[in-house]
Write a protein of this length. Structure first.
Length: 166
């Protein structure tokens, strides 16, 4: 029988990952409810948000990288947003096969309306939590994401486990 022994940090990190999985599902469901007010889904809102926060055009792979999504899912969402006139595309002088995507005026206006819904929602959600705890949580999740991205770029799907044979 092979056993894996987690460090104390590994045990708590496992709790963080499990909590993040659960929270992610709930965040997406809440995002769908908020975005529905403007006739969108949380996936479409995420893409609009990536473009808005970038402050300029991005490629589909650029959007996917910023949001931790697959290129294929972002392409499908961009296609939907193009059909709704919320984004436009144009040739990319750096890469012919990866056009630039940016928000239209309608896309900017829609994002601004969604942002107002999000402000009220997030302020209520954060009530009673300390700024220090929230900042620590954000910093830890960002660092874990950075490490996962670094490992993915190196082709490391998983880390070496500590195994013992009884």
């Amino acid at each position: 029988m092979v056993r894996s022994l987690r460090t104390a940090e590994g045990e708590v990190a496992t709790d963080v990952v499990l909590g993040a999985f659960r929270a992610n599902g709930m965040f997406l469901a809440a995002g769908d409810l908020l975005a529905a007010a403007e006739g969108l889904t949380s996936a479409r809102w995420q893409v609009l948000g990536a473009l808005k926060l970038a402050g300029g055009p991005l490629t589909v792979p650029g959007i996917a990288g910023r949001m931790g999504l697959t290129r294929q899912s972002v392409q499908a969402t961009v296609n939907q947003l193009l059909g709704e006139a919320l984004v436009e595309t144009d040739e990319n002088p750096v890469h012919r096969r990866s056009p630039l995507v940016w928000l239209t005026k309608v896309g900017n206006d829609t994002y601004a309306k969604l942002d107002l819904h999000q402000i009220a929602w997030i302020n209520e959600l954060a009530t009673g939590l300390s700024v220090v705890d929230l900042a620590t949580t954000a910093r830890v999740l960002q660092e874990l994401a950075r490490r996962l991205e670094t490992n993915a770029h190196r082709g490391e799907g998983r880390s070496k486990s500590h195994e013992t044979n009884p």
